[in-house]
Design a binder for this molecule. Structure first.
Ligand SMILES: NC(=O)c1ccc[n+]([C@@H]2O[C@H](COP(=O)([O-])OP(=O)(O)OC[C@H]3O[C@@H](n4cnc5c(N)ncnc54)[C@H](OP(=O)(O)O)[C@@H]3O)[C@@H](O)[C@H]2O)c1
Length: 241
């Protein structure tokens, strides 16, 4: 299957209780998804009563195993849960923070995708959506360890796409710059609305597109990938006198 209709789909969303995840749930239901499982660490925090709340800490293999058993009709997995703990690589607690970010942002989608892939195959192929970032392609000074995790998650996405092509699973990468949610509350920069990120994702899924550029900033970063060092760090890249 190279594309999928949202109408009639059965979707599992991680981090579905708030932020971008809650918007995924809302728009999926709006577009006629048959069933939306809202994965959350605290099921009471899922406020959308039209969704089915499912316990899901993405760092817990037992939560993942239980979800695969109870949600065996899933046709689309949206790996949305994400966390940022750290900042600079040279900061005191950088290793601890970076490892925690990798647990949620890399090993979470890694384990969920591995666990749900056979379910998707059984249900006709389906779709995996990984919510990545513009910082999959560049670093930023105060969130370098988070950027490392999103680069790794991008590579995970690319690897999954290669391996799951033969079972007909579409694997979609979503790259937003700053989004107007709690995660970016302290950022004083232009932010994309959760609506736009989700709308473009679901349009991409329906069109069978493997990479969604969720806003102009991520499109700009992508288009400058071959020379992004020069673009963003002109002094560092300048030839030595
Ligand atoms: N906001 C941005 O500027 C931005 C930009 C690019 C990409 N993204 C990505 O977009 C995705 C959604 O983020 P957001 O903006 O909606 O952030 P948010 O408002 O901080 O929400 C994060 C969500 O992830 C959940 N979560 C965190 N750790 C988890 C874990 N171990 N297991 C299960 N759920 C967990 C949170 O659940 P709790 O309520 O239990 O904490 C919450 O539902 C993330 O992957 C993020 O990296 C965000």
């Amino acid at each position: 299957m190279s594309h999928m209709k949202i109408e009639g789909s059965v979707v599992f969303v991680t981090g579905a209780n708030r932020g971008l995840g809650a918007e995924y749930v809302r728009q999926l239901l709006d577009r006629g998804a048959a069933k939306v499982y809202a994965g959350a660490r605290q099921i009471e925090s899922v406020k959308n009563s039209a969704a089915i709340a499912v316990p899901m800490d993405v760092t817990s293999q037992s939560d993942i195993d239980a979800a695969v058993r109870t949600c065996s009709d899933v046709t689309m997995l949206i790996n949305n849960a994400g966390a940022i703990f750290g900042g600079r690589i040279m900061a005191e607690n950088a290793l601890e923070n970076a490892k925690a970010e990798f647990e949620t942002n890399v090993w979470g989608p890694f384990n969920l995708s591995r666990a749900f892939a056979p379910v998707l195959a059984k249900n006709g192929g389906g779709v995996i959506v990984n919510v990545l970032s513009a910082v999959s392609w560049m670093s930023i000074k105060d969130a370098a360890t988070y950027a490392m995790s999103k680069s790794a998650a991008w590579s995970l996405t690319n690897g999954l796409r290669l391996e799951l092509a033969r079972q007909g699973t579409l694997v979609v990468a979503v790259h937003p710059a700053f989004i107007d949610t709690e995660m970016a509350a302290g950022v004083d920069m232009p932010k994309t609305t959760p609506f736009q990120v989700v709308d473009r994702t679901l349009n991409g899924v329906e069109a069978g597109i493997p990479e969604v550029l969720a806003d102009d900033t991520s499109a700009f970063v992508k288009s400058n990938l071959p020379n992004h060092i020069e673009t963003f760090y002109p002094k560092v890249a300048a030839p030595r006198p």
